[in-house]
Ligand binder design. Structure first.
Ligand code: MEV
Length: 413
């Protein structure tokens, strides 16, 4: 049972080895047609995206095997490489909360504020009764806040309900509470309700990850290591300044984040929306992570804040066998722990991308993966793949014809 050099193992070996990490030895779980048909309207086929693992990432001194679903060839290799370099990542996430809003019109701002002042306790206890199951689990409604917005045509009032959804993502639970509360607010204020719906923006609720990397881990040649650390820090500095670069920098982070979200059945659209709004919260789109180089201590320091409203129960998670398998592989973490691991994968992914683009560029790493997929395409058997990849990489501008020719040559020699 080893995850060492996982990429060199055959698919059969990998599956046998990974099974040691799964307590309820599920037969490799697939989404059956009948279940898929219940999940969506107008079901036809199940679209396959490859699932692999990041063999080890250390978060708060605990090692995780992380499932990742992605069609982008370099993502898992880069995340694994990044995680290996970074070592332990410190992650903090105190309480996962979400926010919803009830938006209404036909009131003055003074009336809307006064209504909250007079009714807040009553409204909160009403919502706690509606969400009694969540309250029993230690979560549920926490607070109600108010803001107003005006345009040329309308004055809008928004009551925000802060909510702890415990292990769930909470969209259904919160929307139910909001719709019930909206009717009550309408009766109590005489205002007109425009909508009651969860918001995917909650800028005060995020995971914080941090890592300190002794510079010698970057290269055994210390000069080269210093130089690389300086360039990574500069790349990070630049990404704080230019939204063109910040967008791509964050895309690299989301390569890792989304892959784990999909594997664990989480709503990656909600997280994407939340993350990019968070990246713009200061009025300009910025990079989520920052890297600093402390040349005196010879340490590269990485930090990132990222909102991750993820779940470990409910929604897709409870009905998708692969999502359940994924959570089991990660040791059935609680939602907070899962968010901490996902944030750490994002940071490792970002580190690997920066390291590559400020040094050799990413094409070199991609070339190996392209050569590998070409070798597989032309029918190389598992013991032929590595030698064929080596030959292809030594040849400029390889293509499938060349791969076929080289494979024939190898077999005949
Ligand atoms: C490619 O999918 C992601 C990168 O472009 C990220 C980055 O530039 O930081 C490599």
């Amino acid at each position: 049972m080893t995850l060492d050099k996982f990429y060199r193992q055959t698919i059969h070996q990998r599956r046998l080895n990974i099974n040691h990490y799964i307590e309820n030895k599920m037969n490799f779980p697939i989404l059956e047609e009948e279940r898929a048909n219940q999940m969506i309207e107008n079901y036809l086929y199940t679209y396959g995206i490859p699932m692999g693992i990041l063999p080890t990432i250390r978060v708060n001194q605990k090692d995780y095997v992380v499932p990742m679903v992605t069609e982008e060839p370099s993502v898992i290799a880069a995340a694994s490489n990044g995680a290996k370099h970074l070592g332990n990542i410190k992650a903090r996430f105190d309480r996962k909360t979400i926010k919803g809003q009830i938006i209404l019109t036909d009131l003055t701002e003074a009336e809307a504020r006064q209504a909250l002042k007079e009714n807040k306790e009553d409204w909160l206890s009403f919502t706690k009764k509606v969400a009694y199951r969540m309250v029993e689990r230690g979560g549920g409604p926490l607070d109600i806040e108010y803001s107003s917005f005006s345009s040329d045509k309308n004055l809008f009032h928004s009551y925000y309900l802060l909510f702890d959804p415990c292990e769930a993502m909470g969209a259904n639970a919160l929307n139910t509470v909001l719709e019930a509360l909206a009717t009550k607010i309408k009766n109590d204020t005489g205002g007109k309700i425009l909508m009651a719906i969860l918001s995917n923006f909650n800028p005060k609720n995020f995971v914080r990850v941090e890592t300190i990397l002794p510079v010698e881990r970057l290269n055994i040649n210390l000069d080269k290591a210093h130089h690389l650390a300086e360039k990574i820090a500069m790349a990070s500095e630049y990404a704080q300044l230019d939204p063109y670069r910040a967008t791509t920098h964050n895309k690299g982070i989301m390569n890792g984040v989304d892959a784990v979200l999909i594997a664990t059945g989480n709503d990656w659209r909600a997280v994407e929306a939340s993350v990019h709004a968070f990246a713009s919260k200061e009025g300009r789109y910025r990079a989520l992570s920052q890297w600093f180089y402390d040349s005196k201590k010879a340490e590269l320091i990485g930090q990132m804040d990222i909102p991750l409203p993820v779940a470990t129960v409910g929604g897709t998670l409870s009905i998708h066998p692969m999502a359940q398998w994924s959570l089991e592989l990660m040791g059935n973490p609680k939602a907070i722990e899962l968010a901490q691991v996902i944030a750490s994968v994002g940071l490792a992914q970002n580190f690997a991308a920066l390291k590559a683009i400020v040094s050799e560029g990413i094409q070199k790493g991609h070339m190996g993966l392209q050569a590998r997929s070409l070798a597989i395409q032309v029918g190389a058997k598992s013991d032929e793949i590595d030698p064929l990849v080596k030959l292809l990489k030594a040849t400029e501008g390889f293509n499938s014809q060349l791969a076929r020719d080289l494979l024939d040559k190898m077999r005949n020699s």
